[in-house]
Design a protein around this ligand. Structure first.
Ligand code: PMP
Ligand code: GLN
Length: 380
């Protein structure tokens, strides 16, 4: 059947490719980002209870009111701005669906969307599917946000800027000065912001997460995206949410209602209860920081050189001292011959830097998994 692909350059995502390879060759899977430890039994019991008490039919289209209220309270407590639970918060089937629906709702054919590479892999294809034009700029050489590169990419057709903090795959964070620079850049324009903050609680070394929500200039033009998968170690539940000012959210919901309509009801009931107690997420930064530190300390005896990890659950490692192979070839060999699966960095770029030799390791794993991987990586 002859047809014209809308995504002619896309293959299967690197996350599926590497997890499959890890499974096939029995490698320790530090590739795709998901925890290998259990979800809190208390939360599971809440889902169970919700199902048993009959919460098994469609939730309201924008999400369960109690969950939206719990989110509004949490966001106000953390970031000092109160989103209206009725009109400015929508529950989504994870952040990926949120991002897709945001772009579908507001990007018109020919609109330019500025994406900072390396960038999470769903951004550019989502823009392309809706006829937008991804305009790729590069982070600085230290994987830091480069506001001047973004400024240079802005044209009268720029409709949206996409940012991500803490950053996947780089493990860097945006700080107050970065947020202020972005606010200054967008001031007086009609450019919207998509702020991907799914790792909001994974910020280390005592730093605070700088959210777009805290900056009026950003907040007023922003869709801010979150995922419960990251906070509660339940990536398979595919539940997240979007915050946006009323007019932007109304437009989002027009698309959302025809995209997924509504999201898993019993999980929303459980999350509404669980989220109400800040103790259920307060320990997340220290928990992951200890894992980052364990992994980094273990690799000190290896030939991998680690880049700074300020946030997220990813550690970037330079393998240039081991081989000159390209990152995909080395990632495959590392899985097959050395028993550890990681993610090559090049799929996160439109044009990967030619001489870059970087892999991304996910440290959201049990200590025993990390220790077993460390042993293998030290022999590589
Ligand atoms: N954005 C980033 C930066 C991510 O790392 C991920 C997934 N890990 C997502 C979005 C998608 O999140 P979800 O699994 O909730 O769709
Ligand atoms: N976000 C996860 C990662 O970065 C993967 C999610 C997915 O497989 N789509 O590894």
């Amino acid at each position: 059947m002859p047809f014209r692909s809308k995504l002619p350059r896309a293959g299967t995502t690197i996350f599926s490719v590497m997890s499959k390879l890890a499974q096939e060759c029995g490698a320790i899977n530090l590739s795709q980002g998901f925890p290998d430890f259990p979800v809190d039994a208390k939360l599971i019991a809440m889902v169970d209870e919700a199902m048993r008490s009959g919460h098994n039919q469609y939730a309201p289209m924008p999400g369960l009111p109690t969950l939206r209220e719990a989110i509004a309270a949490k966001v106000e407590r953390l970031y000092g701005h109160c989103y209206d639970a009725g009109s400015e918060i929508t529950i989504t089937a994870g952040a990926t669906q949120a991002i897709f629906t945001i772009i579908g709702a507001v990007v018109h054919p020919g609109d330019e969307v500025v994406i900072v590479d390396p960038a999470y892999d769903c951004y550019a294809p989502s823009v392309e599917l809706f006829g937008g034009k991804p305009v790729h700029v590069r982070s600085g050489s230290d994987m830091r946000f480069d506001v001047h590169a973004v400024e240079a990419a802005i044209t009268p057709r720029t409709r949206m800027l996409m940012i991500n903090t803490p950053h996947n795959p780089a493990g860097t964070i945006l700080r107050d000065a970065d947020m202020r620079a972005i606010a200054a850049l967008l001031h007086g324009t009609d450019i919207m912001l998509l702020s991907d903050e799914v790792y909001e609680h994974l910020v280390f070394d005592g730093e605070a997460h700088a959210s777009s929500i805290q900056y009026a200039e950003l907040r007023e033009r922003a869709f801010v995206v979150f995922s419960f998968g990251k906070v509660f170690h339940a990536t398979g539940w595919k539940t997240g949410y979007v915050l946006a000012p009323r007019d932007l959210m109304a437009e989002f919901r027009k698309a959302h209602q025809f995209n997924v309509f509504s999201v898993n009801t019993p999980v929303q009931h459980a999350l509404a209860k669980y989220l109400a107690d800040p103790a259920n997420y307060g320990g997340v930064p220290a928990f992951f920081q200890a894992k980052r530190d364990r992994f980094a300390a273990g690799l000190r005896g290896s030939r991998f050189r680690l880049l700074p990890c300020e946030g997220s659950y990813f550690q970037i490692a330079d393998y240039g001292a081991i081989t000159g192979e390209g990152d995909f070839a080395f990632a495959q060999r590392l899985a097959r011959e050395h028993g550890v699966a990681a993610i090559p960095l090049s799929p996160f770029y439109k044009e990967p830097p030619e001489h870059q030799r970087l892999l991304r390791f996910c440290f959201a794993k049990q200590d025993s998994t990390l220790d077993a991987a460390i042993e293998k990586l030290c022999k590589t």
